[in-house]
Design a protein around this ligand. Structure first.
Ligand SMILES: NC(=O)c1ccc[n+]([C@@H]2O[C@H](COP(=O)([O-])OP(=O)(O)OC[C@H]3O[C@@H](n4cnc5c(N)ncnc54)[C@H](OP(=O)(O)O)[C@@H]3O)[C@@H](O)[C@H]2O)c1
Length: 216
């Protein structure tokens, strides 16, 4: 049996890179995409990436939307149009148009799965991250909208990580925000992706992988 094919956007990043490595270790053929493979804030970049990935992989069974930009704290009074465009671009627009372009191929797959890498910021208002929270809330809604739009052929699920790849020096502060008293790792998110690959009756919902951060 030939292996399954996966496209991981943000595959050169911290979470996307770990997810791509784990999928490869599990036998997937993987395209781990970064900005050099196309700007996902544009519809053309999104469509070209999918076409090239499908050509290189010989099909598509799994799409992981893990590309994101614009995660930087700023008071509401100082947010500019460029901050808004950066946050919405790859996360909201990119997740939508990559999924739109991938859908015909995923429909032909026996697996047919889209995983949105969301953020607990989709569900929790952070005053210093207004564009990021809005972009993540948009992406989280797309998880649900696209699950309905692409059913029953394609499942669409989300994973909302908490602190799993934190900036150096921030570990202690970020650990204190969780119920478990520690930060997680990108591999915790990769575990959840593999759970969704195996869990064929799960669609349209989000797994929170945050050590209990949302409850604090
Ligand atoms: N880090 C965490 O602890 C954490 C927690 C919760 C949620 N998340 C979510 O997990 C996802 C990944 O986060 P991360 O920490 O792994 O981010 P990261 O290390 O900053 O990586 C971002 C990835 O997105 C790609 N990218 C950015 N803008 C793009 C564009 N316009 N077109 C194409 N690709 C673009 C980057 O490509 P290049 O490498 O080419 O720049 C890179 O591969 C994000 O959605 C983030 O919100 C992360």
């Amino acid at each position: 049996m030939s292996s399954l094919a996966a496209l991981v956007t943000g595959g050169t990043g911290r979470l996307g890179g770990a997810i791509a490595s784990r999928l490869e270790a599990e036998g997937f053929r993987v395209k781990a995409a970064g900005r050099r493979d196309g700007d996902l804030a544009t519809t053309g970049g999104a469509r070209t990436l999918v076409e090239q990935a499908v050509a290189g992989l010989g099909g598509l069974d799994l799409l992981v939307n893990a590309a994101s930009a614009g995660f930087a704290p700023k008071p509401v009074e100082e947010v500019e149009e460029a901050d808004w465009d950066a946050a919405l671009g790859a996360t909201a627009k990119g997740s939508f148009f990559v999924t739109q372009a991938a859908a015909p191929y995923l429909r032909q797959s026996e697996l047919g799965l889209v995983v949105m890498i969301e953020d607990v910021a989709a569900y929790q208002p952070w005053p210093s991250f207004a564009p990021h929270c809005a972009a993540k809330a948009a992406q989280a809604m797309l998880t649900r909208v696209l699950a309905r739009a692409l059913a029953p052929d394609v499942r669409v699920c989300g994973i909302a990580p908490g602190p799993v790849a934190v900036e150096p020096g921030q570990e202690e502060r970020r650990a204190a925000e969780t119920l478990l008293g520690r930060v997680g790792s990108p591999d915790d998110v990769a575990d959840a992706v593999l759970f969704l690959v195996r869990s064929r009756f799960v669609t349209g919902t989000t797994i929170v992988v945050d050590g209990g951060r949302l409850l604090r």
